[in-house]
Design a binder for this molecule. Structure first.
Ligand SMILES: O=c1ccn([C@H]2C[C@H](O)[C@@H](COP(=O)(O)OP(=O)(O)OP(=O)(O)O)O2)c(=O)[nH]1
Length: 190
């Protein structure tokens, strides 16, 4: 079941922490989260999922910043959230989607126990000017069934800001090479 706005409000300070919280962002069954003014853009032409990739940092100025199609922008929410006993889901807002702006790349599901700022994987369908501080997405809370094991990852838990992919942390370089060899890469097939 999805929590209503009133239930979200009732659980503030216990199962749900949203900092800062503003009543005006509470919806019938979600809460709007705002865009921070920091953005990051990968500087590599080809990203390597097995290694850290270089990033450029930008600050969205007062007059806004034009985002362009074909580019991935990593942003983050202004709000730090903590969720216990519920699954937090990150979703776009219709008004933002109607401008051709997507706020996540297929991964909108958060974990029970996730604490931190949400990293946004922003792409746009056509050039569009964005501004910091706008409510860009919404958080939805799902009740759960079954025993709970809280999220406790060394990748994204308790983050302090935008986090690029840390997938490389879970890849053992030797295991990874073996996998590539078995798929016939690196010039030989095993
Ligand atoms: O667009 C998103 C989606 C999720 N998260 C946060 C909440 C979530 O709890 C955490 C980890 O997400 P997920 O479990 O999808 O990532 P993973 O790559 O599987 O990481 P891990 O191995 O740490 O679970 O990142 C974001 O900041 N942005």
């Amino acid at each position: 079941m999805i929590l209503t706005g009133k239930e979200i409000k009732k659980r503030l300070g216990t199962d749900i922490i949203i900092e800062p919280y503003h009543e005006k962002y509470l919806n019938p069954n979600s809460y709007n989260l705002c865009l921070h003014n920091e953005l990051m853009v990968y500087e590599e032409i080809v990203l390597d999922m097995a290694r850290p990739n270089r990033l450029g940092k930008y600050v969205i100025p007062e007059e806004g910043m034009v985002l362009h199609p074909g580019q991935l922008y990593l942003g983050r929410t202004t709000e730090r959230t903590e969720t216990h006993n519920l699954v937090p889901l990150l979703e776009g807002r219709s008004s933002i989607g109607r401008l051709g702006i997507s706020v996540h790349a297929t991964a909108g599901v958060g974990d029970i126990g996730f604490c931190g700022y949400w990293t946004l994987e922003i792409t746009v369908a056509q050039p569009v000017r964005i501004y910091a501080g706008i409510p860009i997405c919404q958080i939805i809370y799902h009740t759960v069934e079954g025993e709970i094991v809280e999220y406790n990852s060394d990748k994204y838990q308790n983050n302090k800001g935008i986090q690029p992919s840390l997938l490389f942390k879970e890849l053992d370089p030797n295991e990874n090479r073996q996998m590539r060899l078995s798929f016939g890469e690196e010039g030989s097939r095993e």
